[in-house]
Design a protein around this ligand. Structure first.
Ligand code: ATP
Length: 137
């Protein structure tokens, strides 16, 4: 079965949004395979956001993502990568449709609530980066 990596960002963890986000994925029929709270260190975030290294917002992004606990998860199910992205909505909450996670809870481009893998390959890379195999059920 296909798997994806989701990370609820620090501001959303602090705002108490873990429950509502998990509920949406459970109601959609997806299976939670791994979950933990982690304050990601710089080395982890540089690997996770490798494609953005050198961009003007990179330092702000890494600083924000390391500013508190992130809720890292592995979800499994049919087409979960693509459907998960659709459930998140557009990257910028100003453009994300009502009914999507970012459209309902997002504040701005930085504080956009949740990350989700954008392809099956990046899901594999990110799951392997954030989790040990023994942490996945
Ligand atoms: P994510 O990787 O978080 O799921 P995404 O794949 O939809 O988001 P990317 O273009 O990969 O979007 O950007 C990664 C993250 O970097 C975004 O979620 C956003 O928080 C942040 N970001 C992107 N562009 C900017 C920008 N111009 N200014 C500030 N933050 C940005």
């Amino acid at each position: 079965q296909e798997q994806t990596f989701l990370a609820i960002k620090p501001d959303a963890v602090q705002r108490g949004l873990i429950g509502p986000i998990i509920t949406r994925f459970e109601r959609r029929g997806y299976k939670l395979r791994a979950i933990k709270l982690i304050v990601p260190d710089r080395s982890l975030l540089e690997k996770h956001y490798d494609e953005h290294k050198g961009k003007p917002f990179f330092e702000k992004l890494v600083g924000f993502m390391g500013s508190g606990p992130v809720c890292a998860m592995v979800w499994e199910g049919k087409d979960v990568v693509k459907t998960g992205r659709a459930m998140l909505g557009a990257t910028n909450p100003l453009n994300s449709a009502p009914g999507t996670i970012r459209g309902d809870y997002g504040i701005d481009l930085g504080r956009n609530v949740c990350h989700g893998s954008d392809s099956v390959d990046s899901a594999k890379y990110e799951i392997n980066l954030w989790f040990q195999p023994t942490e996945i059920q």
